[in-house]
Design a protein around this ligand. Structure first.
Ligand code: F6R
Length: 241
């Protein structure tokens, strides 16, 4: 696992955007795995700027997002579909039909998860997966537990995740208790992974991910086994290394 310590969030975001841009320039029909949350917002801003400067063309790119809240409609401003539209998709020339996010309103969640995996497979697999990390070490919404969940699945969110994500909702009781999330196998199948983390709230999870044992109790630790995983962190997130 390559560890890159950036001096601050701005530098981290620029580095991540540069890696994604290089991927898309080198392979214009790339399949990108994308994350939501606070961490990648700066990266998406840089990608939009690179698009506006004419440096990247997203017209042949496909994207698959890691997760979506269960029971939340795409037009709800708290949905991850909404987040992606606002922070990236509506500012670039990606085709709407090439942007995939699990359907949070699916009645048959098992079928939705299975079909999501099939769509990734039909697209040729993920070339570059962007990840954040939860304070509890989750990636996607793969919460700490007894085993690594392999494929896309319905997840019960951890109390710590509900509390951390309540900042995006009017009150903590409005945070959905479940989500559809790509599994550990879905993430590990990506040909290349970059995980971003900033701020001191992530320092413990970052330390455990890089230096700790590989365990489903700290899901991100599995990335130690990925042959092409890079972690880009700011100095606060690197504080315990
Ligand atoms: C988001 C996701 C999560 C976040 C993580 C960190 O799609 O899958 O794993 O990356 O919860 O969130 P932030 O960046 O808000 O600290």
């Amino acid at each position: 696992m390559e560890v890159i310590i950036a001096k601050d969030y701005e530098t981290l975001s620029r580095q991540a955007a540069t890696i994604i841009a290089a991927q898309v320039i080198g392979q214009p029909d790339s399949v990108l795995g994308l994350a939501t949350g606070s961490t990648p917002v700066g990266t998406y801003k840089h990608l939009v700027a690179l698009y506006r400067e004419g440096i990247i063309d997203f017209s042949r790119v496909k994207t698959f997002n890691l997760d979506e809240y269960y029971g939340v409609a795409p037009d709800n401003p708290c949905s991850y579909r909404w987040f992606m539209e606002e922070n990236l998709f509506k500012h670039i020339n990606i085709l709407p039909e090439n942007t995939y996010i699990p359907n949070g309103l699916a009645q048959d969640t098992a079928a939705e998860c299975r079909e999501y995996e099939e769509k990734i497979h039909r697209a040729g697999g993920i070339d570059l997966q962007l990840l954040g990390i939860g304070g509890n070490g989750h990636i996607g919404f793969n919460e700490p537990g007894n085993s690594f969940q392999p494929a896309t699945h319905l997840v019960d969110l951890d109390q710590q995740t509900i509390e951390a994500n309540s900042r995006f909702f009017a009150s903590p009781d409005q945070v959905p208790r479940q989500a559809l999330s790509m599994g550990i196998k879905s993430i590990m199948a990506a040909r290349r992974i970059i995980l971003l983390a900033n701020g001191k709230a992530k320092a413990r999870a970052v330390y455990e991910m890089i230096r700790g044992p590989i365990t489903p109790e700290l899901p991100a630790s599995v990335l130690q086994l990925h042959p092409q995983a890079a972690v880009i962190i700011d100095q606060e997130a690197a504080a315990l290394l």
